[in-house]
Design a protein. Structure first.
Length: 201
């Protein structure tokens, strides 16, 4: 096992320990997100994880652990993370629930791989955001590479539309995060909580 593999395995071991405190559901459940950069995926996933509470897996968090300088080829990095994530999900205790912070519409291969490895419920929270709002949020983040994100924004918006059309059956809720974001965060948390409560054993 490489050092990189060991780091990821340690990350998932921590997530597994967090799952031990959960009330079991009738089926394992994964809550994940669709949305372009700056639509609010990470903010919402963290709030959702804290309020319910549910363990949160952040793909960007794993990336920072194994490749902080972004030197690994994007496809190779995705495949490394996907290998460990699908293994974790396939061995998940029946009745567990967790939040996945990942923009699945920008990597449909990733999402399809998750569906094949996960036998429980997958609920997608779809986050729409107006292009000018996304642009403004991207430009305000100093730790991002704004030129890269701005140049890809139209492509990501198009991928997002395709994802919504092709995976509409997995979408639990769609919200527009361009305005009244805090109110909508509370709405999402309440709907997810009610959905999970309906699955409790």
């Amino acid at each position: 096992m490489t050092k990189r593999d060991s780091i990821i395995e340690e990350y998932f071991a921590q997530k597994k320990s967090e799952l031990q405190n959960q009330l079991l559901l009738s089926s394992s459940t994964l809550v994940c997100f669709s949305g372009v950069p700056a639509s609010g995926k990470t903010t919402l996933s963290k709030v959702l994880s804290q309020k319910l509470p549910l363990p949160r897996i952040g793909v960007d968090d794993i990336t920072k652990l194994i490749d902080p300088q972004r030197r690994i080829n994007r496809e190779e990095r995705r495949n490394i993370i996907l290998k460990h994530l699908t293994r974790f999900l396939s061995n998940l205790t029946q009745g567990s629930a967790l939040v996945l912070d990942k923009g699945n519409d920008r990597d449909i291969f990733f999402f399809e791989s998750l569906k094949r490895s996960f036998t429980g419920h997958i609920y997608v929270i779809n986050l729409d955001v107006a292009k000018p709002v996304a642009y403004k949020r991207i430009m305000s983040r100093n730790n991002w590479l704004p030129n890269k994100f701005i140049s890809n924004l139209d492509n990501w918006l198009n991928q997002h539309r395709i994802f919504k059309r092709e995976h509409k059956n997995e979408i639990l809720l769609s919200i527009n995060t361009s305005y009244n974001f805090n109110e909508k965060v509370n709405k999402v948390c309440k709907i997810v909580e009610n959905t999970l409560n309906a699955l409790k054993v």
